[in-house]
Design a protein around this ligand. Structure first.
Ligand code: BG6
Ligand code: MG
Length: 219
């Protein structure tokens, strides 16, 4: 059996999820003088840039023109990319380099399933550009998370059936996407929020043997 591990990026491989949230908060503060509540911000985790902006504007009852929408999305990306300026190998979350090595040793193919258009840049800054055999390009993927498309594309990229894949995610939308793809969902964060097949509070706590035993038992 060809098996693969599919990875989300922001909040799983790198500690960049928080930069997305900070950029949204600053954008809305600068343009609308409003604070985005934590709960609303959290809902954007895993969503594409456009879906995130839509969710924030509708959550705050704000309406903008198409042109303004595009400008806001661009400005958010500029703010986000500024926060990536100093990102380097130290930005890889604890335990992730070891996890990637362990998976490779166990003959797992590795693929990236991130919604971020900035994923190649981030992988380069982290020194991980050559670590994944396939990187699903969100520009070419139909629907964003919580739809399964990006995970299906990543699995296909390494010639693997989705049911022979385990996938790592820190967002509820991403876990829904993994399950919809028919893969085994490993959550990073609070299980009450994620509803994953198995969950670890942070990347340092990930236990691959536990994951693989549980995956086999539940297949
Ligand atoms: C996901 C993040 O990984 O990428 C989201 O969890 C973000 O917060 C999405 O909106 C898209 O990222 P980018 O870099 O293309 O704006
Ligand atoms: Mg994430």
């Amino acid at each position: 059996m060809t098996k693969a591990a599919l990875f989300d990026l922001d909040g799983v491989i790198a500690d960049t999820a928080v930069y997305h949230l900070k950029a949204w908060r600053k954008l809305i503060q600068d343009h609308f003088n409003q604070d985005v509540p934590d709960g609303l911000l959290a809902q954007t985790k895993g969503l594409s840039r456009v879906d995130s902006l839509n969710a924030i504007l509708s959550g705050l009852d704000l309406t903008v023109s198409e042109e303004e929408f595009a400008r806001l999305a661009d400005e958010k990306n500029d703010l986000y990319r500024q926060s990536l300026a100093d990102l380097n190998e130290q930005g890889i979350l604890p335990g992730i380099s070891e996890l990637l090595a362990e998976l490779r040793k166990k003959d797992f193919h590795l693929a990236l399933a991130s919604a971020s258009h900035n994923a190649p840049l981030i992988l380069e800054k982290l020194g991980l550009s050559d670590s994944f055999e396939a990187i699903a390009d969100p520009r070419k993927v139909g629907r964003g998370k919580p739809a399964p498309d990006i995970f299906l594309t990543a699995a296909k990229g390494v010639n693997c059936k989705p049911e022979d894949c385990i996938a790592f995610e820190d967002s509820a939308a991403g876990i829904t996407a993994i399950k919809a793809a028919g893969s085994y969902a490993v959550g990073i964060g609070k299980q009450a929020e994620l509803n994953a097949d198995i969950c670890f509070i942070d990347t340092a706590s990930i236990d691959l043997d536990e994951i693989l035993n549980n995956w086999q038992e539940n297949k």
